[in-house]
Design a protein around this ligand. Structure first.
Ligand code: IMP
Ligand code: MG
Length: 176
């Protein structure tokens, strides 16, 4: 058991299990996309560790870029404007693989998809280490999933609880 701020967590997925699954995801991606011009787009902050490990097993001649999403309240009637910070790579006519740490409700991913589709990629694939199918309300389920998990809060391996716990090498589930 570990403590992160005021909450207690217990190991849910060990470092060894994560590493094994990440290699297996990379193997599938290598097979599926061998003839494609691929740009990986990892979403900060949560996916930094997953993206780093995944890329070590990706053998495609590919690019990787890191983006952040910013949502802020604009002055238009729509109220909200979302923006992708840091997408400098030209993705037009290329295969984009979005790399995420976790898909929960799917709202963040829906926004990512619409922002990237404005850049006219050839195709878009979604790769997430963790997926909470019971919480998912999106229209486009992920193409590559490391672990489907129950609807409980997790930290570690990039995922945070109030910005803490990202450095843990395993994934921990809240104990309650
Ligand atoms: P969404 O609900 O799919 O839009 O997920 C939004 C964001 O919530 C994710 O990118 C994570 O940053 C965060 N999140 C969702 N579930 C968890 C969790 O169990 N632990 C830590 N962060 C989470
Ligand atoms: Mg995230």
């Amino acid at each position: 058991m570990i403590q992160v701020l005021d909450k207690t967590f217990e190991v849910f997925i060990s470092s060894e299990e994560i590493q094994r699954e990440v290699r297996s995801l990379a193997t599938k991606i290598n097979e599926d996309l061998q003839d494609e011009d691929v740009v990986f787009i990892a979403v900060l902050n949560g996916s930094f560790m997953f993206a780093a490990d995944l890329m070590k097993s990706v053998s495609l001649s590919s690019e990787i870029s890191f983006v952040k999403m910013s949502s802020y309240h604009g002055t238009t009637s729509s109220g909200r404007v979302d923006e992708l910070i840091g997408l400098n790579n030209d993705v037009k006519n290329k295969t984009v693989v979005i790399v995420e740490d976790i898909i929960d409700s799917g709202i963040t991913m829906e926004k990512m998809i619409s922002l990237i589709e404005m850049e006219n990629p050839k195709q878009l694939k979604i790769c997430t280490l963790l997926y909470k199918p019971e919480a998912f309300k999106g229209t486009r389920p992920p193409d590559y999933v490391g672990f489907s998990i129950p609807n409980a809060f997790v930290v570690g391996y990039g995922l945070d609880y109030n910005e803490k716990g990202r450095n843990l090498d395993a994934i921990y589930q809240i104990k309650e």
